[in-house]
Design a protein around this ligand. Sequence first.
Ligand code: GLN
Length: 475
Amino acid sequence: MSVESLKAHSVKAAWLQYDAVDAGPTGLNAFLSVDREGSLTAAASIAATPHTTASLTADLAGVPVAIKDNLATLTLPTTCGSRILEGYVSPYEATAVRKLREAGAIVIGKTNMDEFAMGSSTENSAYGPTRNPVDRSRVPGGSSGGSAAAVASGVVRLALGSETGGSVRQPAAFCGIVGVKPTYGRVSRFGLVAYASSLDHVGVFAQNVFDAALGVELIAGHDPYDATCSERPVPALRQSAVVTDHAQPLAGLVVGRPVEYFTDALDPRIHAHCDASLERLRALGAVVRDVSLPHTSLAIPVYYVLAPAEASSNLARYDGVRYGQRRSADGLREMYERTRTGGFGAEVTRRILLGTYVLSAGYYDAYYRRAQTVRELITQDFERVFADGVHVLFTPTAPTPAFRIGEVSDPYDMYLSDIYTVTANLAGIPAMSQPIGLVDGLPVGGQFMAARFDEATMFKAAAALEYALTAEGGA
Ligand code: GLN
């Protein structure tokens, strides 16, 4: 695999595919805003440049990309799938978006998402749900469902999403593509609209492991505009995704199988696909070892205390004065009330209430502080396993395949679809999902996780598994 295959997809081809799939009552509704004219002009100007210039040899010269609507862009709106930011255009650009553009990519549009990235199905968008390209009666996952659908349907081959608890990996699994959440601090969060800042990450969707690794490599690196962004040099991640030894590419690699991820909550057919993948990893030279991450069952409760707590504080800025929509009223207090009540959807309101409650005097110690303590225990579980000689962990990405639109109505049931993904956000470690098989025609995702800043080993394992599955025609 090389950058050339990514470059083979043109902006023109993107629009042809977009016109075929996105609009209409059964269309994907993957995009919230598009820039057809601007992107075609940018593509034409690249095509007209002499072949030797840097703009043409750049890694992503002329490559169409899609951006989740919570990453700030200069010309297109950034609505976060919310009414409260309808029509809002940011005065600055997210660092990850700027880096993609500087590598030659052309942004064709902003993608649909659960409002403020709260959800696992993209049904919480104020602009209607996105459909799964594999089966349009089903959800694409979420919250970055629009980006996942845009890549899975072939409109683009590379898209940015965001992750707070699985919002790239779970939709990647549901749509049958690759989705990566890098290490916390690997990619700048500047220009990513904050949901829960200590858990938020920018992530990448692609159709294969090489393209995903390339995407992460291009957006990674220090940024003075994000104090949590690491100064560590970024390795040539695309190199780690190239399989050179086709017999035993994973010789010497120790793969951990966390027993807590293979329980009754897991669809047995997904379990079987994971077992088959572990078998393939063995055949590729890896040693597979059962490991324990004993605090795993606490991850969902901890996440659903911490994420709403941070959200309730981050979303206080949408007050009708500084950003987006304002609903007028007689007094200031009434204006706040009307703006926020009318601007936020049900799930965002639920999270703000929940977050305000767990942070309030008298409950802070019982909920927020305790959740922070358990978060540390979850992080230590991972650290212990990686210090013990395990290089990567392999698990399912989600407990079920994509569900039908409207099928999961209880918010708590929806929260459970993140059961295998929130852990990596809590610990800040890199994690990714890739297709490993089908259940009744629906894609199944397998997840790799690695130690902090060791994306290279994660991509190496993922590329080898992808190679084996493709060679066998299995995925
Ligand atoms: N589904 C989870 C939530 O609703 C995770 C979302 C995300 O990663 N942004 O919070």
